[in-house]
Design a protein around this ligand. Structure first.
Ligand code: 4NP
Length: 161
């Protein structure tokens, strides 16, 4: 990543439901805010099962209902270098955060944290895994991600721009 850009990495388990959705939504919000050129946005998973795969068709459809296209994204697994490449390494749930912390070393730049730390509703800390549920789970994922995305953009403006 170039030093002139602010790096934002969204992390879930499989990188086929929540984190690609967050990548797509946040990219859209950043674009509307005119901030795309200063941001490097990516997503990944802590697990390796879905490497190279497209997002889950249910996640693609749910995002599309809000006019966001995530079909072109491909899953990758987190690597230790991500803690230096990105200024924000944002876990969707507490298990993702625990898994990231296990990889983290003191010489790394960025400590992982929960994405929903940036949401206005502090009572909800995690974006729940929608993989084994129904369509409403994917809508809930989008609602939570939308709410936290604007808070994250504001934090980036405050902390970096
Ligand atoms: P994600 O959802 O972490 O939001 O991408 C999941 C995708 C796949 C699995 C679990 C969660 N899985 O068990 O294969």
């Amino acid at each position: 990543m170039s030093d002139t850009k602010v790096g934002v990495l969204f992390v879930c388990l499989g990188n086929i439901c929540r984190s690609p959705t967050a990548e797509g939504v946040f990219r859209e919000r950043a674009s509307r805010a005119g901030m795309t050129s200063v941001l490097e946005i990516d997503s990944c998973g802590t697990g390796d099962w879905h490497i190279g795969k497209s997002p889950d068709p249910r996640a693609i459809a749910a995002a599309q209902r809000r006019n966001i296209n995530i079909a072109q994204l491909r899953a990758r697994q987190v690597v230790p270098e991500d803690f230096d490449r990105f200024h924000y390494v944002l876990a969707m749930d507490l298990q993702n955060l625990t898994d990231l912390r296990r990889m983290w070393l003191p010489e790394h730049r960025t400590e992982p944290r929960l994405f929903l730390d940036y949401a206005p509703n502090k009572a909800v800390r995690e974006v729940p895994d929608p993989y084994f549920g129904g369509r409403e789970g994917f809508e809930n994922v989008l609602d939570l991600i939308e709410a936290a995305s604007d808070g994250l953009l504001n934090a980036i403006r405050r902390e970096h721009l």
